[in-house]
Design a protein around this ligand. Structure first.
Ligand code: NHV
Length: 855
């Protein structure tokens, strides 16, 4: 511990004047009543906290909507200005008499000077840490003035940029002078290949003033020492700061319970020394309810609470929801290369999921409701893992709470992506502070599965041509050394110190590169062959990794989302407005090129948008199935990307307004717990069962029916077999030629039933791609039953109707199903929910399918 001078001791450890009057801590929310001002302008306007300067300007009609049209370029001036935020708050004499006071800023973006009553409390330099500032000696009775001065993140980076003398390879930083890498600030806010550039400033997480007596819990870590079905050993580790000048007696109380069951309470008497104290309370829970990932059972959570009592009064307490489980990452040399898979509660788990980017360009707009909706979308689509990608942020705690509750494992990157970074002492100090802060903040979450140093920096250093870019080899050498310092030394050391049981990997991909087949056998892989390599989706059948942590394909968002940023005159693939919302250079051309392999490419823009959605869903589903089919060699499939941060053309499966793209529905189908998957191997059609279930199905039956597109059944048979536990297996093989006698106008319907007769999976196999099918012009009819908040749509068709898309003009409406095929003669009811649906106000539905638009 640093040596404190006597005068500092006075501030840090105020005298216990009246030891009998300990009270519960008081947390005063300071989010309300802020004003902001552009430095030099002198005009103060109301502000929202947590918030960003961009949103405050928009709310005060000082900034146009950055998402609309070509407005992005018109709002870039904001990042170059300094901004101030201020508010006052009043305190009573009684409040001031509390023994200690902390002003807590949970997040400041990024370079903020904090002033209180004439005192400079702190100069911050990291968006990813919270600041707890002791203010007991600065507070006043009555009015207190709080002010935060934000320096432009661009101006703050410039002196470093100027003195470095070379430009970092930060290609996603959409500026001529790339300063993003100098700041610990969300990389994506400087632009990305799906991202608007909004380099924000602001108080982006809550502010509180905490008044307390005697002691405070600085940290509560639930350390799962060992967990099995029979016994969980859990250590509760508290860091308690005592503000008395002399040792004081305290009682630490641990309470835990499961749901409405009995509360177990344990006590421990301790002597708190002045300053920081560690208190451990180990407990053992027999036959624990284990936390299970989505699809394997309940994500069981216990309620834990730790309280500290001094002089008989609770002076501090902290709650946690605790999921008891084990998660291991097995990365070992094996006969094929190097494995990479997760073992949860002793069972190998095929990871199914996607990559998360920040859900908004203006982060504080992501409410708790939005986090929970997104996580529900993930759960409903049968995912069990999300990778929090390194170009974004360490997410809000509510995100991890939601993941805990819904059984979603989190792969957490540290926030570094796609470029080398500085490694000077100041930079390393900032990173070490941020690592400690975030590891401690997240380590008690059941969902947290692993730490990963960064996204694609190692890959970039080796394969993205940076050697050629820097003619002076010393620069490249400095970058390589920097990589070692950050990702092989500092970050693993931090994980070891604060979260020793968790797996750490230097970066993703670990070693593999999508252009180098020999490397695919090593650990995780980002396969960008179907995008940057412009390969067909079938390449995913052969380019198999041990774990696919990224692969993707773009699609436009649906028309109602396009309509939020473009006007009908802009509805053209290469219009300026559409191009401002398409940040990937090869985007539009590639969408059309790949589409032509499978579908007829339409001229009409709206039809292209629709077919592009269908194409993306088709392609990624193809990949998911290939990965699942090839387990246990391949043990994970995380597609790029789950969500969007603004309305844009991107690789996402859910658009900015929460609308599921076709791919999200296809992902849900392809990630089903038990899935039938037919795949042609040589002259055989192999019908696989892909099961993630922990139980097997003996005496299952598979019915095969070949029918034409008008519903005439040409052949039919049933076979028996077994669906093995948690495995991919061939259930049945059939000579391909015989089945596929009429490939242009027949399909194979496969239905798998358990012994009890429940349908485990039902899938259609098409012998040809749509462009080589004689699809009938299906006459789809539908009926609508409308109620408040929902409507039921019943669709039917005499002929096969492929990829039916029901459009409704309400953002974020939820569909029980969409982008599905109707078999000839089939009737299907879907339910659409949205608060905007009102009984008696008929909604304008638009229904498309591959051979037409329903009038
Ligand atoms: O381009 C889509 C996504 C990115 O948004 C994100 O950074 O980590 N993507 C592509 C790649 N990685 C990622 C692969 N990168 C390259 C491919 C080919 C050449 C250079 C880079 C994500």
């Amino acid at each position: 511990m640093k040596k404190l001078h006597t005068w500092m001791m006075l501030a840090a450890f105020p005298m216990l004047l009246n030891a009998t009057e300990n009270k519960e801590p008081e947390k005063i929310c300071l989010n309300k009543g802020w004003e902001f001002s552009q430095v030099g302008k002198g005009e103060w306007l109301p502000a929202t906290v947590p918030g960003t300067v961009h949103q405050d300007l928009i709310d005060n009609n000082k900034l146009i909507n950055p998402f609309f049209g070509m407005n992005e370029e018109k709002v870039q001036w904001v990042e170059k200005e300094d901004w101030q935020y201020k508010r006052t708050f009043t305190l009573t004499k009684e409040q001031l008499s509390r023994q200690a006071a902390l002003l807590n800023f949970e997040g400041l973006d990024t370079y903020a000077d904090i002033y209180l009553n004439g005192s400079l409390l702190e100069r911050t330099d990291n968006m990813f840490v919270g600041y707890e500032l002791p203010v007991k000696d600065v507070l006043r009775e009555g009015e207190n003035r709080l002010q935060v001065y934000f320096h432009s993140p661009i101006k703050m980076g410039l002196p470093q940029w100027e003195t470095d003398g070379f430009e970092y390879p930060a290609d996603n930083d959409h500026s001529k002078t790339r300063v993003s890498i100098y700041s610990r600030k969300a990389p994506y806010s400087y632009g990305w290949d799906w991202g608007i550039r909004l380099a924000t400033s602001g108080i982006w997480r809550p502010v509180t003033l905490e008044l307390y007596d005697a002691a405070r819990i600085e940290d509560y870590f639930v350390h799962q020492v060992s967990v099995s079905k029979e016994l969980a050993k859990v250590n509760n580790i508290l860091e308690v700061k005592s503000v008395a000048q002399v040792p004081q007696q305290a009682e630490v109380i641990l309470t835990y319970s499961y749901k409405d069951g009995a509360k177990v309470t344990e006590h421990k008497n301790v002597t708190l020394q002045p300053g920081c104290n560690k208190v451990s309370m180990p407990v053992e829970i027999a036959n624990p309810n284990l936390w299970m990932p989505n699809g394997w059972g309940e994500a069981a959570l216990y309620d834990f609470e730790m309280a500290v009592k001094v002089d008989g009064k609770v002076v501090a307490s902290e709650k946690k929801r605790v999921g008891l489980r084990t998660i291991k990452v097995v990365m070992e040399d094996d006969k094929d290369g190097k494995s990479f898979y997760f073992v949860v509660n002793g069972q190998p788990m095929f990871a199914k999921g996607s990559n998360l980017i920040p859900d908004d360009a203006l982060l504080p707009n992501v409410t708790k409701e939005r986090y929970y909706q997104l996580m529900k979308d993930v759960k409903d689509a049968n995912h069990n893992m999300i990778r929090v990608w390194g170009g974004g942020i360490y997410e809000d705690s509510r995100f991890y709470d939601a993941a805990d509750e819904m059984g979603i494992l989190i792969w957490q990157d540290f926030i570094f992506a796609c470029t080398t970074y500085p490694s000077d002492p100041t930079f390393l100090r900032r990173v070490s502070e941020e690592a400690e802060y975030n590891i401690k903040r997240l380590r008690s979450h059941a969902c947290l599965a692993m730490w990963c140093g960064n996204n694609e920096i190692y890959e970039g250093m080796r394969y993205w041509g940076w050697d050629r870019k820097y003619s002076n080899p010393a620069i490249m050498e400095e970058m390589r050394e920097g990589y070692n310092k950050l990702f092989h030394q500092l970050l693993p050391a931090m994980v070891k110190e604060f979260d020793a049981d968790r797996f750490y990997m230097h970066g993703s991909p670990y070693e593999a590169n999508w252009g180098r087949p020999h490397s695919w056998k090593i650990a995780d892989s980002h396969n960008w062959g179907t995008w940057y390599g412009q390969k067909p989706f079938e390449s995913l059948d052969k380019e198999l990794p041990r774990f696919m942590s990224e692969y993707g394909f773009q699609a436009f968002p649906e028309m109602k989302t396009i309509a939020t940023f473009a006007e009908p005159k802009d509805y053209a693939l290469e219009s300026d407005v559409m191009n401002a919302h398409q940040k990937a250079s090869i985007g539009n051309a590639l969408i059309k090129k790949t589409m032509a392999l499978y579908y007829d490419v339409p001229e009409d823009f709206e039809e292209l948008v629709y077919k592009g959605l269908v194409l993306q869903g088709f392609g990624i589903r193809h990949g998911i199935e290939a990965h699942r089919r090839n387990r246990p060699y391949c043990m994970g499939s995380l597609y790029w990307q789950l969500n969007d941060s603004w309305p844009v053309v991107s690789w996402s499966s859910i658009d900015y307004y929460g609308n599921w793209k076709a791919m999200h529905y296809q992902g849900k189908r392809a990630f089903a717990p038990v899935l039938l998957n037919a795949f042609k191997e040589g002259d055989q059609l192999c019908i696989y069962t892909l099961s993630d279930e922990l139980k097997d199905y003996k005496n299952a039956t598979l019915q095969l029916k070949v029918m034409d597109f008008n519903g005439k059944v040409l052949s039919k048979k049933t076979v028996n077999g077994e669906v093995p536990v948690n495995a991919s297996a061939v259930f049945h093989k059939e000579a391909y030629e015989a089945l596929a006698a009429n490939p242009t106008n027949t399909l194979l319907l496969m239905t798998l039933k358990s012994q009890k007769g429940e349908v485990l999976s039902e899938e259609i196999y098409y012998f040809n791609y749509p462009k080589d099918q004689e699809l009938p012009v299906a006459k789809v009819s539908y009926k609508v039953k409308q109620m408040d908040g929902k409507c039921e749509v019943t669709l039917s068709s005499k002929q096969l109707a492929r990829d039916i898309f029901v459009e409704i003009p309400f953002q974020g409406a939820r569909f029980s199903d969409n982008f599905f095929d109707l078999l000839p003669g089939q009737t299907k009811k879907i339910v659409i929910t949205s608060d905007e649906i009102k009984k008696g106000e008929p909604v304008a539905l638009k229904i498309r399918h591959l051979t037409g638009v329903v009038k």
